[in-house]
Design a binder for this molecule. Structure first.
Ligand SMILES: [Zn+2]
Length: 376
């Protein structure tokens, strides 16, 4: 099996789309019915309702309900499986504060997912879902085996088609013979082990300010008023505008980096930890999104992206002699190694360590041709 990738396409606006929206609503109703069944079952028998039981019961109900039939049987199965997964998570981690799945407002219900059946890609930019044909903005080719197709409704009521494909695996190709480690930061987005720094673009900060302003406007308006609805749409648009600009920048950066290096090493992100540390919404910075894009581009161009364990002390280890400090204050941008006396720039040192650990974890089979071609 190869790597999965996720492709997102916007659907053309069309009267026909109301069928998809109705399907999403019906999926929301089914979802809520499943939750109600779970709860009732638990009240009656003091036991958890298994996924198989839930599925067969819902399948029976669906046969007698034409509204429910708008949701394909595969999508119904998917709903049952998702709820089951959510309960399993809850059983496993309820002590850590994970909540059981709850009811959702049908108006806010966002999507339905089809697996192998219920859709067909036609020539050009057309896709048949159920018995109807829809058109989408085909921003790229859909290559590989389609695993799932999801129709999503945004808060603005637009429809997107999200396709997950298995693109068949491929090996790393040695092109530049170079490997690099990267350290993420707030001001400097990435510090590379070769000493270069990639600063966060100015619009990151500007756009954050614009967002804050729009959010303030929104919260000042009277609840339920048309002004508030307009402010909400404005806020959503601002947010989408920012995400788009940021995504553009991520794509460009991903291409630059994959042109420059064959192998790119990163630390696995501990987003929760970072949030605590920096006390702001890391999601704004969307490191995770960047990594997704980078992995996609790397896959396409036969580069290798390696993640090293987030618990490896990349900042506290001296990249010259491997001495490990007991602790290193966050405010220190530079430190002198007590063992070998070399002066380490905080981020460069971390990037160097990430590169070294990453390089040592490359398996021979990962790289086509000879390993010595990679200069560490
Ligand atoms: Zn040292």
């Amino acid at each position: 099996m190869g790597d999965m990738k996720t492709l997102k396409f916007k659907l053309y606006q069309h009267k026909r789309n109301r069928h998809l929206k109705r399907t999403i609503n019906a999926a929301g109703v089914i979802y809520n019915h499943c939750i109600a069944l779970h709860r009732r079952y638990y009240r009656m028998y003091g036991k958890y309702l298994s996924c198989a039981k839930l599925q067969s019961h819902i399948a029976k109900l669906r046969k007698r309900n034409s509204f429910w039939q708008q949701v394909g049987s595969q999508a119904v199965q998917d709903i049952c499986q998702r709820i089951d997964k959510a309960y399993q998570l809850f059983f496993k981690h309820n002590k850590k504060g994970v909540r059981p799945p709850g009811f959702k407002k049908v108006k806010k219900y966002k999507s339905f997912t089809l697996k192998q059946a219920g859709y067909k890609f036609l020539s050009g930019n057309r896709v048949k879902i159920g018995s109807k044909v829809y058109q989408f903005w085909k921003s790229r080719e859909i290559e590989g085996t389609v695993k799932t197709l999801t129709i999503k409704r945004t808060t603005l009521g637009e429809l997107f088609m999200v396709v997950v494909v298995d693109d068949g695996s491929s090996e790393v190709e040695v092109k530049t013979g170079r490997i690099a480690g990267f350290d993420f930061g707030l001001k400097t987005f990435l510090t590379c082990s070769d000493g270069t720094k990639i600063e966060s673009p100015q619009f990151f900060k500007q756009s954050l300010n614009a967002m804050t302003k729009a959010a303030r406007q929104h919260s000042k308006k009277l609840k339920g008023s048309s002004h508030r609805e307009r402010a909400r749409k404005n806020l959503v648009r601002k947010y989408e505008d920012i995400s788009n600009r940021r995504r553009d920048w991520f794509w460009k950066l991903a291409h630059e980096l994959t042109d420059k290096f064959d192998v790119l090493c990163f630390e696995t992100l501990n987003l929760k930890g970072m949030q605590r540390l920096w006390g702001r919404k890391i999601s704004d910075l969307a490191f995770g999104e960047f990594l997704q894009i980078l992995e996609w581009v790397a896959k396409k161009k036969n580069n290798l992206v390696i993640f090293i364990d987030q618990w490896y002390p990349s900042s506290k280890t001296c990249s010259s002699c491997s001495h490990v400090l007991e602790n290193l204050d966050l405010s220190l941008r530079e430190w002198r190694c007590p063992s070998c006396q070399s002066v380490n720039g905080r981020d460069e040192n971390a990037a160097l360590n990430i590169q070294m650990v990453g390089a040592s974890s490359i398996r021979l089979g990962d790289v086509r041709q000879a390993m010595p071609a990679i200069a560490v």
